[in-house]
Write a protein that binds this ligand. Structure first.
Ligand code: BGC
Length: 877
């Protein structure tokens, strides 16, 4: 790969234009640790990233300068001035200025020099603020004793800067002077509390004032065993005075209107128990109790450096029916994670019950069978008095499309309920669309399914009594998530969660945090540790993640070695889970063991750990040989019992001896096409790797047929049966067993939509989209496809459409990145590519004969795209 690029680089010499060259523009998209202007950064050397802007094509960064200052205008780099640094690096540049202090705001700007050595203007200022960097910065004490807590305090002068640092377990709602602080819900993220507790930082300056103030907190159970609060507000006032408001035994507590709350079962809220004014100064709390000082969880306090869970959308019901008298069913048309907001007016003490489900019975009533033990029921008891009452549960969420309302005083209307969509607020980064409608419908289900399951950890489902970070599910949809959402901060946190549960013996667990399943994890579940670490490197070029988790990933692999015998790993609990045809667990486990060893060797290569790289490469070789000796029939190329998954796994990782590859692949094709009438029989693992394997083998046509069919088993079958997210099973089941209708693990195919149909691929040789391989599959009856993705370096996009006798392709490459276009179909057609630089579209305009940008290597249909900005289009005739 590198050698070929070196060769292409030689022939890609930009032609000089006569016009004055356009100047570089100020960098945009400034981020710190993947976040925009974050509060609460607690890594000592945060990494800074920016997006290059340049109006000319073929541009890149040759040097940068960063200024960091306490002054918002950043007129000088008084905290850090890098000076002119000759480097093309524009992402994840480590801060190595003066040591950062706790609780300080740092402002920064950056400029860069382009290929001709011309400096850009400085970017607009961005900021990051440190959290509490030392354990001794925490002066507050953990308190508890009830679910509603308050404290009044007086500020002698006007606040000029105030920050609240809060950790409230399981969940908290922070209020100051009558206002809720922050737009999050269900905070903080669920972690292994004995190891780590996350705290959030809020700017509360505008909520405080000179004179009396009050702070109030409600606590929910969440995933914690006890309710506990640690809060510290630091206030700087005019005249240089400061004040600290800390949780301690001077706080007052009571059991408020929340009678009970549970993630699975719902909230019960008695509005008659409300204490109006409790979160404002002047409230009489004489009958409240003093707070109890408690030990609090043992874990270290870490800043929550990822997007919190928020309400991101509000849905209106599409239908409202009454299948029985007094039983009202609202259909929101979409399976979501969240709660409903109720509007109601009625007599004091009226008990309104809201139940949630994914399914209805044929008679239109609610089917909650597949929720198993989760009650998913919220109850609101009216305070009465003639006013309209608005209720929104605080410390629960449900996975649902349908809502049953009972006990409602009178007849509800469409406006009675609104569904509030909740999930970790990772931003969408682009999209995929294609001319085949079913693909858009599947993409819709994938995006909703993933979004619904990003609830501070990547969950398996959103509705029943699980919602766990099952690790196989997590790695199977990680790439699809990374292609649709801004995920690096979220997965950085999840990898740390994995590290937190790792045992001294290297074991990781089936679920993270560990509540369900086993320690050690099934090898296919534990694979999440090496694999998500690796994806972070591929998609974001995150080398620090490799450094941080290398030891852990290696320890997990070493643990597997202790469980292996002669290169075979036999233990397995789930294997290729929920398949149509079952594959031996030992085959699946040994494949995962091989991959883990292979990934350790790759990581070691990157981290220049040469001895380890050799050791683990040899280990991988040994496992591969043992795998083939044990499972491969050398006469037929068939592995084990010849299921599709048994063939897919070794083919996907090139484990098959070269001489047997075509038979092994042939056996897979035969199984799909002839034995199963062009259908897959794979479980969650085989399904993910089948699609890239078929594409790599030149059978995108077959992959496309599987992806677009609507007969069982397929994604289209789910869509045809009314799915709005993806199911857990290929089968359409609705009974009391394991059959969630919102399980994102089969959304692995979404990565193939981007990689193959839209053709967008990160090049692992130059990760983080520093180099991009555009390889769109112009397949069967697909007329066009398009994908776009906001990467850490800027926008990457690819779209294509068939034209009369040819193909029109548009790609977008961030400034500073390189790309390569591969369309093997063109090599097969008699249509040769046009000579270099001809037929270029830019900004929607056809520009004939613009020289020097594209160099076509006409044989095999390979084009190279120069480094550049903007959108390029090529047409073949
Ligand atoms: C979960 C899965 C998980 C599995 C383990 C199920 O109950 O919902 O998605 O991976 O257990 O086999």
């Amino acid at each position: 790969m590198i050698a070929r690029w070196a060769f292409l680089a030689l022939i890609c010499i930009p032609v000089q234009y006569a016009q004055p060259a356009p100047m570089p523009e100020a960098p945009s998209g400034l981020r710190c640790e993947y976040l925009i202007n974050p509060l609460g950064i607690d890594v000592p050397r945060p990494r800074l990233s920016w997006v290059l802007e340049h109006p000319a094509r073929g541009e890149r960064q040759t040097a940068y300068q960063i200024l960091v200052s306490h002054d918002p205008a950043v007129s000088a780099g008084d905290v850090w001035d890098t000076g002119h640094v000759a480097s093309s690096r524009s992402v994840q540049v480590e801060y190595i200025g003066r040591p950062l202090s706790s609780a300080r705001t740092y402002y920064w700007r950056v400029r860069y020099w382009d290929s001709a050595g011309r400096p850009s203007p400085y970017s607009a200022a961005a900021s990051f603020e440190t959290g509490l960097l030392a354990a001794s910065d925490w002066k507050a004490h953990w308190i508890g004793g009830a679910n509603q807590l308050r404290k009044e305090f007086t500020l002698p002068a006007t606040p000029v800067r105030a920050r609240a640092y809060v950790a409230g377990l399981g969940y908290y709602e922070l209020r100051i002077n009558g206002h809720k602080i922050g737009h999050h819900v269900l905070d903080p993220a669920w972690t292994t509390y004995g190891k780590r507790v996350l705290y959030a930082v809020y700017d509360v300056t505008a909520r405080l004032h000179q004179g009396p103030n009050a702070v109030g907190v409600m606590l929910g159970e969440g995933w914690s065993t006890s309710r506990a609060l640690l809060l510290q507000i630091h206030v700087d006032m005019e005249g240089g005075r400061t004040a600290d408001v800390l949780t301690d035994s001077s706080w007052r507590v009571t059991q408020g209107p929340i009678q009970s709350d549970s993630v699975y079962n719902g909230d019960v809220y008695d509005a008659r128990q409300e204490t109006p004014g409790w979160d404002r100064p002047g409230f009489d709390d004489a009958h409240w109790q003093p707070a109890t000082g408690i030990d609090g969880p043992a874990g270290v306090l870490s800043a929550q450096m990822m997007p919190p869970i928020r309400v991101t959308d509000t849905l209106t019901p599409v239908t409202l029916t009454a299948p029985r008298p007094g039983v009202y069913i609202f259909d929101f048309g979409q399976n979501i994670s969240g709660v409903v907001r109720l509007r109601v007016r009625g007599p004091r003490g009226t008990r309104v019950q809201i139940r949630h489900a994914e399914l209805l019975y044929d008679d239109g009533t609610l089917n909650v069978e597949n929720l198993r033990a989760a009650k998913a029921t919220d109850v609101y008891i009216l305070r009465g008095g003639g006013e309209e009452e608005v209720y929104q549960p605080r410390f629960t969420y449900h996975g649902f499309r349908y809502v049953e309302l009972t006990g409602y005083p009178g007849a509800p209307k469409f406006d009675t309920l609104r569904a509030l969509v909740m999930h970790s607020d990772v931003q969408p980064t682009g999209g995929f669309t294609a001319s085949k409608t079913i693909l858009d419908q599947i993409q819709h289900n994938i995006v909703w399914g993933i979004q619904d399951n990003l609830v501070s950890i990547p969950t398996d489902c959103n509705q029943r009594d699980e919602r766990m970070g099952w690790m196989a599910d997590a790695h199977l949809y990680a790439e699809t998530a990374m292609l649709n959402f801004d995920m690096p901060a979220f997965y950085t946190n999840f990898l740390r969660d994995i590290h937190d549960i790792q045992g001294a013996d290297g074991t990781v667990t089936d679920t993270v945090p560990h509540r369900y399943g086993s320690r050690p994890a099934d090898p296919a579940w534990g694979l999440a540790y090496p694999l998500i670490t690796w994806y972070m490197y591929e998609y974001y070029g995150d080398r620090r993640i490799l450094e941080e988790h290398y030891g852990g990933v290696k320890a997990w692999t070493d643990y597997l070695t202790t469980r292996s015998k002669d290169g075979i790993l036999s233990y397995s609990y789930y294997g290729d889970w929920v398949p149509i045809e079952k594959t031996p667990g030992s085959l699946v486990s040994t494949f995962c063991y091989y991959w883990s060893a292979d990934l350790v060797s790759r990581m070691a290569d990157i981290l220049n750990k040469t001895a380890d790289a050799d050791t683990y490469r040899q280990l991988a070789g040994k496992i591969r040989d043992a795998f083939n000796t044990r499972f491969l029939n050398p006469q037929t190329g068939v592995y084990a019992n010849g299921t599709q998954t048994a063939q897919i796994l070794p083919l996907f990782l090139h484990m098959v001896p070269a001489a047997r590859r075509s038979e092994a692949f042939g056996a897979l094709e035969d199984s799909i096409v002839y034995t199963h009438n062009t259908h897959l029989t794979t479980g969650i693992l085989g399904t993910k790797y089948l699609f890239p394997l078929l594409t790599a083998a030149g059978r995108s046509d077959l992959a496309y047929e599987l992806a677009t069919q609507t007969t069982y088993p397929s994604w289209g079958y789910m869509v045809e049966n009314g799915a709005t997210t993806l199911w857990e099973l290929w089968q359409n089941k609705t009974g009391p067993s394991m059959n969630s209708h919102n399980h994102p693990m089969f959304s692995s195919i979404g990565a193939w939509f981007y990689n193959a149909l839209a053709g967008i691929n990160p090049d692992p040789e130059a990760p983080g989209f520093e180099r991009i391989i555009f390889a769109p599959q112009v397949v069967r009856d697909l007329d066009w496809a398009a994908g776009s993705l906001d990467t850490i370096r800027g926008k990457v996009a690819c779209s294509w459409r068939r034209t009369r006798g040819g193909l029109r392709l548009e790609v977008t490459v961030p400034v500073g990145s390189q790309a390569e276009v591969r369309i093997p179909e063109l090599g097969l057609s008699p249509i040769a590519l046009t000579e270099s630089g001809r037929n270029v579209w830019k900004d929607g305009q056809y520009q004939s004969g613009v020289p020097g940008i594209i160099r076509a290597k006409t044989a095999g249909g390979l084009l190279t795209v120069e480094i550049g900005s903007g959108t390029y289009a090529f047409q073949t005739f």
